[in-house]
Structure formats: structure tokens, C-alpha cells
Write a protein that binds this ligand. Sequence first.
Ligand SMILES: Nc1ncnc2c1ncn2[C@@H]1O[C@H](COP(=O)(O)OP(=O)(O)OP(=O)(O)O)[C@@H](O)[C@H]1O
Ligand SMILES: [Mg+2]
Length: 276
Amino acid sequence: MKVAVTGKGGVGKTTIAGTLARLLGRDGLRILAVDADPNYNLWSAIGMDDTIARRIQPLLENEELVRQKTEMKWVEALGNFFQIHPSVNDLAENFAIAGPDNVSLLVAGTVNMGGQGCMCPSAALLKALINHLSLESNEAFIMDMDAGIENLGRGTTRGMDALLAVVEPGRRSLDTLERIKGLASDIGLARVFAVGNKVTDESDAGFISEALKSYRIPLIGMVPFDETVREADRHGIALIDLNENSPAVQAIKAIKSELVGRLEELPSNTFLSEES
Ligand SMILES: Nc1ncnc2c1ncn2[C@@H]1O[C@H](COP(=O)(O)OP(=O)(O)OP(=O)(O)O)[C@@H](O)[C@H]1O
Ligand SMILES: [Mg+2]
């Protein structure tokens, strides 16, 4: 299963992605968590030590690796040539950092976008990682995205089984759903699910469910506003390690079950990942 967590800045993507990864890991899956945010902090939401985090070298910022994987070469008068479908299966093996509960982390880092319309080697490598990384049935891939990924354009999320769009009770966070639907056209809208976060009361919950109707994106759960999340953040520890019985963890647990159930109902998306 491959799931990308997306949404407006600050809505709770990293908190939800990290906690979801830990919970799925506890279910016995081997999790590859991919941090595709240039300001990478998924490590802390997963509960990795900051001594480990300090040693992270983001994959796409490793020029030598990007050059080697994409077989980039300079051809006089023509410019740079590179492989747009680099092989990526050894990346997880060689570069992922092991964390708690069967979760390993791969930090992608900043994608060099170049000029408009330019497909740069690091962007090609990220796309290949998302689309072509093959998983065993006991493995899952959870990606924490930032808004920049949308700029990679069509095909970015093609191999994903689902997009999880996090929204909070506010117009601005819902407006990003229009862009998320653009990304979703790669994988079909049936594979986009929304989760509400930072929900304080019935009126927040009602606002979110009402607004989502017009986007025709199913709401698969809501996470309450929970002081434990902020406390975990303040202490630099994973939410699940601070209090696994907290309302937010309980809600994410329910979202995990709902997500797994919905994906079981859908046909596999592997044909898409092979074809892109
Ligand atoms: N359910 C919640 N209850 C209370 N606070 C929350 C909740 N979810 C997230 N937060 C707080 O909101 C802030 C943003 O959370 P987080 O970093 O997970 O969001 P993000 O979408 O990944 O942000 P960014 O776009 O910067 O990557 C953090 O301070 C976090 O503690
Ligand atoms: Mg984040």
C-alpha cells in the first residue's frame, strides 16, 4: 500500500503521516516512510532520535547519487541528458534509516525544479521513487508531502494507492482540495480520502463534512484538536510515544482501519505504477 499525505501548510500532515506509519508498523507491516518536504521533520513525528536526525543527508541533495542514479551526462551542444526512469529499489535498502515499530525513513529533501517545464534529474528521481518503488504485500509506503510536490505535475502520484488530504476547519485549507484533485486525476478520484484535523466541536465537524460534499471526496475520519499533539511537538517526541491513548492517536487509529478497509475494496493500482 502506498499512501501520500497532503494538504495545506500546518494542517497536521506530518503528525498524521508519522502516527499512521507507527500504527501500521505495529500491525506488522514494514513501513517505508518518505519525507518529501524540504523542511523535513517527519523523523520527529515518527519518534526518531535527534542524534540520528542530525546525520540525515536528504537523498535528492546528494548530487553524486542523483547524477549516478539518473546516469546524467553532459552532451556538448545538446546539454544534460539523464535517465527519466532511474531504478529506485535499492534506495530504500541503502539510504533508509531504521526507526521504531518497523518504520524506516527516507528523506527526499529539496527537488531541484529548474525552469518551467524542465524535468530535472532530482525531480525525475523523486517521481521514480514514488511511482516505481515496488513493495511486497507486507510493506507500506507512507509519504509526507509538501505543497511543492504538486509542481512536479502530472504523473507525480501516479503509482500511489491513495492520497490522504488533511483539512482543518477553515476555508483556506479546503481551497487546497481543488489542487489536490488535480494531483488525484493521476490515480482516480476514488483514491482520494479526506481527514479532518484540529476539530474542536460539532460545528467544526459539520463545517468540514458539509464543505467536502461539494468536492465529492469521502471523509474517512476526524482528529480532534488535542493538547497532547502540541505537547509532543514541544518535547520533540512522537505523539504515540507521549500518549498512545490520547484522543488524537485513537482517532488516527480509526482512520488507519478505515483507510486499509477502503483500499482493500479497490482494485490494485500496480498497473498504473508499471505503466507510468
Ligand atoms: N490534532 C491536533 N491537535 C492540536 N494540535 C495539532 C493537531 N494536529 C497538528 N497540530 C499542531 O499543528 C502544527 C502543525 O502540525 P504538523 O507539523 O503535523 O503539520 P504539517 O501539515 O505537517 O505542517 P507543514 O505544512 O509545516 O509541514 C503543530 O504545531 C502540531 O503540534
Ligand atoms: Mg509537515
